[in-house]
Design a protein around this ligand. Structure first.
Ligand code: HEM
Length: 409
């Protein structure tokens, strides 16, 4: 039952697991590795209601703000985990608002749209790797050659992480993300610690360059100034913020891009539609977010008050998660939800969550997918999946592709 949510079969077609759960109830009780017993919302109404009610469902057990209060973080987890868990996503108001306000501006629509030219240049540079692979071996792994390095390069540039250590960061991030159960959680601790130390060095270096009066590019420099300026951000919060932006800013988009390419290659008529009518790209991006649903569950919340919720009796202290991927296939919300329809409108998917923790990077994620698809379909319009097929990975809460071999017809 536990591996139900990390098996290859589930990753390939999560709806085969979610559909019966949704039919059973709007909120079901499941058991997950590490987290244990947790409630999961399965339809759009319960998912949206849970995420919007930040009084009844909170990130912390109580108003105290030490990290062991965070839903899903256990007392036995090492200090690095406790420290990195002190970020905006694990805070309730007012700390959440204070932290989010510090970076809101950098992720607003206008700021992100201004990055388009640079994002396009990075995509074009990476696509040449695919073309090189085609020439040398006839096949390229889209995950390694494009879907992983593309968002990583963009978030590193946005944060101001120096070029020289980006590859090392990327390698640690891959090692860190092999988490599906307690054993893989323990083996992920080493790369997590390594990344924290690397980030501390980058932050220290930025601090000393600022002190010397040198100009620094990137969000880390802005945050270092905020930390020095007064009481809006302490040092632990600064490290946790940069770590969150780095991980949330590349991991999810990597799987959105690779999952979208699989979806298009398995639905050639829809792929052709996008090639013939590139002006439909914005609508296509929304449908691919819904259809692929790389983020399957939200972070767990604590139930603060006992009582009935969408037909089930919740007890104070229980844990509850939003089943985003299940909500995105709710037939009462979407006609023929298992069909990829790039012209779907309206498309009220919940892939970026909702409520106070609504994804900070949604504009960036949309821009990245749009540029990625435009560039890939222009450079390799005839691509199709290689003979080994797409290899889905085992990750709890995320729908990931470890490898996606592509060839040219
Ligand atoms: C495919 C792309 C992405 C998806 C599907 C996605 C999804 C989500 C979801 C569902 C949440 C809410 C989680 C919850 O309520 O428990 C969230 C929060 C967040 N996301 Fe994203 N995300 C994506 C890309 C990004 C990017 C590119 C960034 C850039 C930095 C980012 C930064 C964040 C942050 C900082 C939060 C916490 C916001 C808060 O607590 O107020 N995400 N994301």
């Amino acid at each position: 039952m536990k591996q139900q949510f990390t098996s290859q079969a589930f990753m390939q077609s999560p709806e085969t697991v979610f559909a019966p759960l949704r039919e059973q109830s709007a909120v079901v009780r499941i058991r997950l590795p590490i987290i244990g017993k947790v409630w999961l919302t399965t339809n759009a109404a319960a998912t949206s209601a849970m995420l919007k009610d930040n009084h009844r469902f909170t990130m912390r057990k109580s108003a105290k703000s030490n990290s062991s209060e965070v839903a899903g973080v256990q007392w036995w987890m090492p200090r690095t985990i406790q420290l990195l868990a002190t970020n905006m996503l694990t805070q309730d108001e007012p700390d959440h608002r204070r932290l989010r306000k510090l970076v809101d501006q950098a992720f607003q629509r206008r700021t992100i749209l201004a990055l388009e030219e640079r994002v396009q240049a990075i995509a074009e540079d990476l696509v040449t790797n695919i073309q090189k692979d085609f020439r040398s071996t006839g096949e390229s792994d889209l995950v390694g050659s494009f879907a992983r390095p593309f968002p990583m390069a963009i978030i590193c540039e946005l944060l101001g992480i120096p070029n020289a250590i980006r590859d090392e960061f990327a390698q640690q991030a891959v090692r860190m993300t092999k988490m599906s159960g307690i054993l893989s959680f323990l083996s992920a601790l080493l790369p997590i610690r390594k990344m924290r130390l690397m980030l501390s060095d980058v932050i220290q270096d930025t601090q000393s360059r600022i002190q010397k009066g040198e100009s620094v590019d990137g969000l880390i420099g802005d945050l270092v100034l905020v930390e020095a300026d007064g009481d809006r951000l302490n040092h632990d919060e600064l490290i946790a913020m940069v770590f969150l932006l780095l991980i949330a800013g590349h991991e999810t988009t990597t799987h959105l891009i690779s999952g979208s390419v699989v979806a298009l290659l398995e639905n050639p008529a829809q792929k052709q539609l996008l090639i013939d009518k590139p002006e439909r790209i914005d609508m296509a991006v929304e449908e691919l977010l819904r259809f692929v649903s790389p983020v399957q569950f939200s972070k767990p919340r604590h139930v603060r008050q006992s009582g009935k919720f969408h037909g089930v009796e919740l007890k104070q202290g229980d844990l509850i998660m939003a089943g985003l991927a299940s909500a995105n296939y709710d037939p009462t919300e979407f006609d023929s939800p298992t069909k990829l329809d790039l012209t779907r409108r309206p498309n009220p998917h919940l892939e970026f969550g909702t409520g106070i923790h609504f994804c900070l990077g949604f504009q960036l994620a949309r821009l990245e997918l749009k540029v990625a698809l435009r560039t890939l379909l222009t450079a390799a319009p005839q691509m199709c999946i290689g003979t080994d097929g797409a290899q889905w990975g085992q990750r709890m809460g995320l729908r990931v592709l470890d490898r996606l071999p592509i060839v040219e017809k």
